[in-house]
Design a binder for this molecule. Structure first.
Ligand SMILES: NC(=O)C1=CN([C@@H]2O[C@H](COP(=O)(O)OP(=O)(O)OC[C@H]3O[C@@H](n4cnc5c(N)ncnc54)[C@H](O)[C@@H]3O)[C@@H](O)[C@H]2O)C=CC1
Ligand SMILES: O=C(O)[C@@H]1CCC=N1
Length: 272
């Protein structure tokens, strides 16, 4: 693994997830610094992960070999511009932001930077995340390996050849944990209208989701469709539930949701 000094600009949800993956995999906390304007977030980073923290983006960048940009897209320009007087030529910059093309960062920083664009997801926090990575042609193999080794501490990595494909990664991975949370939320709401205790309802939904995902993983030769059919007895209870989902248009709903996710990423590319 790399022994680069890494700073994270922004200590929000996604930074916490990546730092958690890094620290759990044994990355030295001495090599990690995260910044944020608000002290409570920094105190939480320090307490939860033992990393260095700071309110000073400029100092953190100066002290680092790798800079991970972890602020919201709408703040990215002002955050980068405030650092644009620094010489960044020897640093690797990794962005995790949705919807900001690589070229925009060179403009924000007012210099050519060594930039890799990534799209992680929050399960990185527990080592079962997936990160899409795009590196422009000028990025060296060493810089690519450095980025991959950082992101791999949170789970799988997927390289894409075209920058535009990162928007597909958003729909499939960056945003998608929220789809599964929504489905579980809906099941829990329905279950809580029944007579079983809430704890049992939550446990069963959690174990069913975990079990289904693990079965997909452990049966690479079986499609999700086959695994679904294996649960569905002809004329039985599952068939009735599945029929209800199909009649409700679940497939086109999911297709529309993912298309709209990509469309929003493309819209954001024009906004920020
Ligand atoms: N949350 C997610 O599941 C994913 C988020 N992302 C990307 O990660 C980025 C961050 O998203 P989240 O962590 O969800 O947002 P967040 O709002 O939880 O975290 C952003 C943090 O940046 C801090 N911040 C604001 N101004 C700052 C400044 N000038 N200097 C340093 N820190 C500053 C905020 O106080 C906040 O704590 C976004 O660009 C998003 O597109 C990418 C993949 C997944
Ligand atoms: O919702 C968002 O815009 C970010 C990007 C992927 C997940 N969260």
């Amino acid at each position: 693994m790399t022994t680069a000094k890494i700073c994270f600009i922004g200590s929000g949800n996604m930074t916490r997830s990546i730092v958690s993956g890094l620290v759990s995999s044994g990355y030295s906390t001495e090599l990690i610094e995260t910044t944020n304007p608000s002290l409570p977030k920094l105190e939480a980073m320090k307490a939860d992960f033992g990393v260095k923290v700071s309110q000073d983006n400029e100092q953190a960048v100066k002290n680092s070999d790798v800079v991970v940009l972890g602020v919201k897209p709408q703040l990215m320009q002002s955050v980068c511009e405030a650092l644009s007087h620094l010489d960044l030529s020897k640093k690797l910059i990794i962005t995790i932001a949705a919807g900001i093309p690589c070229q925009r960062y060179h403009d924000y920083f007012k210099q050519q930077i060594n930039l890799i664009r990534t799209m992680p997801n929050t399960p990185t926090q527990i080592g079962v995340g997936v990160t899409g990575i795009y590196a422009p042609a000028e990025i060296t193999d060493t810089q690519k390996q450095c980025c991959e080794s950082i992101m791999k501490t949170g789970g799988e990595v997927v390289w894409v050849d075209e920058e535009s494909e990162l928007n597909q990664v958003i729909a499939l991975a960056g945003s998608s944990p929220a789809y599964f949370f929504l489905f579980m939320e809906a099941m829990i709401e329905a279950g809580e209208k029944m007579s079983l205790p809430k704890e049992q309802v939550g446990l069963m939904v959690q174990q069913a989701a975990l079990g289904a995902a693990e079965m997909v993983k452990q049966n690479p030769n079986l499609s999700a469709a086959q695994l679904r059919q294996n649960v569905t007895s002809k004329g039985g209870t599952t068939a009735k539930a599945i029929e209800t989902f199909e009649q409700g248009g679940i497939r086109s709903l999911v297709d529309n949701a993912m298309t709209n996710c990509i469309n929003r990423a493309e819209e954001m590319e024009k906004l920020f």
